[in-house]
Ligand binder design. Structure first.
Ligand SMILES: Cc1cc2nc3c(=O)[nH]c(=O)nc-3n(C[C@H](O)[C@H](O)[C@H](O)COP(=O)(O)OP(=O)(O)OC[C@H]3O[C@@H](n4cnc5c(N)ncnc54)[C@H](O)[C@@H]3O)c2cc1C
Length: 432
């Protein structure tokens, strides 16, 4: 027999159960708790926000300071689905939310909002603090294993083997990306049970191993502004500009993350090469002229001094090992052939792609709960009346740079408001 989960607030109202303690789950629970007295948040881990805090060495990008419409553009054909959620909870609300959690969030000089590596671990404790002050009952180490559905609504959830009656359920279990840190497919199974279609999962947002190995030499060197041209055999398939990181196995970073899903498909068809233009604002001719600039033979200006202001940090240090031109050489002493080598390397550093890194390292997946049966204005299931979905469990993936965390917070917030107001006769309290 089902036993009601004990609530401090009210024994009369059955709880809204939010499954998943990531950004989507927290935003959902908090918005729900504004309107409804009895909200439970379950996470199978002993602490929340595990995926977020797994990023320890690099900045975590959390939002983009642009209008909801501009932000939604990044979701391409799914723009109209995400826009209502983004309008209900955008970058301003997310910044305020993070501030409440005691986490400093700041711009990176542009529109992107980020959290520094020193602050990332505070997300977990801040999460618990915010949940407690909102009156949410946070149940850690509690894995929801089943939804009991009958007559078109979820009646109970099963937690650690025990079933509990609920008034509504918000599924915010995240995607299957990075399974090594504990992601499971539970959210998809709940959706499937409720009659939802699951769009097949494919690896995305993952590094690429290359045939050319520079190992430790290039590992960690970041090119902040470059262009990549991706060729399948001799045909140009992708061209884009942004940042990239060389790693000991090959390539990663913004451009690679954003295009890896498409590149993985190309590898199945034939030979794929990525050509990197490390100085996209200068033509080959301009660089040649720059190197040929009047340097009398006695001039001791080194390549490093001459080129460093124009090139990514660290690149000139490794040039010697890659094209055998030492950056300490005076420019005036370079041979014509050496200059040609340099220009070619700077404008067309080519890599043959071998394979993606293992699925374990994916930061996102394509696929998930189909959007066809979710109402974008409420995040409610069109199949089951008191069931809602939010965050990365949905078939939604934005580009690198904060889009996925912002999408998780926004859809979570909308799901929380919708679930609670539906139980509250349509009354909405907005504290965000
Ligand atoms: C290494 C790494 C770095 C990333 N960096 C960025 C970045 O800089 N910017 C960005 O925008 N995105 C980034 N992402 C993606 C981002 O983390 C996700 O988009 C975001 O966490 C999705 O939020 P969510 O709440 O939907 O899911 P999640 O954060 O995955 O949270 C889901 C939660 O549900 C819990 N759960 C699952 N099943 C159950 C169950 N059955 N019962 C109870 N609990 C359950 C899980 O334990 C988990 O805590 C990164 C991802 C990784 C792996």
């Amino acid at each position: 027999m089902a036993r009601a989960i004990k609530s401090k607030k009210s024994e009369k109202q059955l709880p809204i159960a939010v499954i998943g303690g990531g950004p989507a789950g927290l935003a959902a629970a908090e918005a729900a708790a504004d309107n409804y007295k009895n909200v439970f948040l379950f996470d199978k881990n002993p602490f929340p926000a595990r995926k977020l805090i797994s990023r320890t060495a690099e900045y975590l990008f959390v939002a983009e300071k642009v209008s909801a419409e501009n932000f939604a553009d990044a979701f391409g054909p799914k723009k109209s689905f995400v826009t209502p959620a983004l309008k209900s909870f955008g970058w301003k609300e997310i910044s305020a939310q993070l501030k409440k959690m005691g986490v400093k969030v700041g711009p990176n000089g542009g529109n992107r909002l980020m959290i520094s590596p020193d602050d990332i671990s505070k997300l977990s404790t801040g999460f618990v603090k915010v949940a407690e002050s909102a009156g949410i009952i946070f149940k850690k180490s509690c894995r929801v294993t089943d939804l009991i559905i009958s007559h078109g609504s979820v009646k109970e959830i099963v937690v650690n083997g025990i079933s509990h009656p609920v008034s509504a359920v918000i599924v915010a279990c995240g995607s299957y990306s990075a399974p090594k840190i504990g992601s499971t497919r539970d959210g998809y199974e709940f959706a499937r049970k409720a009659g939802h279609e699951i769009i097949p999962l494919k690896a995305a947002m993952v590094g690429l191993e290359t045939v050319e190995k520079y190992g430790k030499l290039l590992d960690g060197v970041t090119v902040r502004d470059c262009r990549i041209d991706v060729y399948l055999e001799d045909e140009l398939r992708i061209t884009d500009r942004g940042s990239l990181i060389f790693t000991k196995y090959g390539l990663n970073g913004q451009l690679i993350q954003n295009h890896s899903a498409q590149i993985i498909e190309l590898i199945k068809k034939g030979n794929v090469e990525i050509h990197i233009d490390q100085v996209p604002d200068m033509t080959k001719m301009e660089i040649s002229k720059h190197l040929d600039h009047e340097f009398p033979h006695a001039d001791r200006t080194t390549l490093f001094e001459h080129l460093n202001p124009h090139l990514p940090d660290g690149l000139l240090d490794v040039m010697d090992k890659i094209i055998r031109v030492h950056s300490g050489r005076p420019v005036s002493h370079l041979t014509t052939l050496e200059k040609k080598h340099m220009v070619l390397w700077l404008k067309d550093f080519a890599f043959t792609i071998k394979k993606p890194r293992p699925f374990n390292e994916t930061m996102g997946v394509l696929g998930g709960v189909s959007l066809n049966d979710i109402d974008p204005g409420t995040m409610a299931s069109k199949k089951i009346k008191n069931l809602y979905f939010a965050g990365e469990v949905l078939d939604l993936l934005g580009p690198w740079g904060g889009y996925n965390i912002e999408m998780a917070f926004s859809t979570g917030h909308l799901a929380g408001i919708s679930a609670s107001s539906a139980l509250n006769g349509g009354k909405i309290n907005r504290t965000a």
